[in-house]
Each structure stands twice: as structure tokens, then as C-alpha cells.
Design a protein around this ligand. Sequence first.
Ligand code: SF4
Length: 179
Amino acid sequence: MIEVSDIVQYLYCPRKLYFIKVMGLKITRPKMNVGKEVHENVGKSLTRRKIEGEILENVYLESQRYGIKGCVDAIIRRNKEYIPVDIKFSRFKSLFYQWKMQLVAYAVLVEENFDCKVKKAYVYLTEGKNWIEVEITPEDRKALMKIIQKVRDIIREEKYPRASKSKKCNYCEVARFCV
Ligand code: SF4
């Protein structure tokens, strides 16, 4: 199964995904475990915003239909409505496409496992304590399917992707291996 983090890395740069999945490079991700304190802050912030519902934390899910797996930082459950939440330790304030598609991936995971329709999701930015609401559309689900296929192709074919040299290279954890 493809991990949701593979989708994020592919959208950052296909070559980065190659280094991680084909060459086996390990990169450290500080948010691997979202701690109790962060979840408490998320809970308080939701209350302040008068967003009610039970919060499920660190929910590991798999989707047979999409062939993906991942751990959702939080899911707001309110009656039959489910809203995935991704927590970002980032100073950026706007939504990146890879963040959006990560939420779409979480949305399809939640839909398959909780037998529901996810219409929206949130990114919670811990630095500024900001919430970004993201609508999940049928087009997003189709786009996700195509991205998953491309991720699969890179892993299966083991072909070194072309570099997408950009400002991102300055922040890329695998830059010193990338020639
Ligand atoms: S250094 Fe740039 S081109 Fe190379 S993997 Fe990273 S983002 Fe991609």
C-alpha cells in the first residue's frame, strides 16, 4: 500500500519520492507523533471556535479501494459527519497543493472506514493557531487517484525522475544526494 506521506513527498518533488522509496533514504519528520499537548491545544482551539464534536486522535486507516494507508492526526466526529484534521508545525499560512491532497487522501480513508461522505477537512497550523478549511470535491478524489498511480509507477519502474529544480530545493532534505 502507498503511504499518504508518499503522496505528499511526490507532490513536493517526484525525485524526492524516488530517493525515499527506491533508494531507501530516511528523512526525519518531526511531526511523526503528534503529542498529547498538541491535541489538547487543538481541542481547546476547536472549542473556542465553537466547533463541537468528539475528537478521535491519531487514527490509523487503510483503504482497499485506493490502495493507501495513513494515520490521521485527528478526526472530528459529529453525529454522522466526519472531518479529518491534519496538524502542521509550519510557519506558512497558506495552503499548499500537497497539503490539500493529503487531506483528500485522509478524506477517502475516513469515508471507506466510517462509511460516510467527507465534505471538508481542516489543516491546523500550530505556529499561528490558524485553521484552514478545505472543501473535498469529486474532482479532488479523481486527482488523488491519478497521483497515486504516478507514485506507484515511480516505485515499480525505479526510473530516476527529472529534477524539478525550484525554491523547494533549498528546503529539501535529500538535496545533497540530488545531482
Ligand atoms: S533537491 Fe530539488 S530536485 Fe532534488 S529531490 Fe529535492 S526538491 Fe527535488
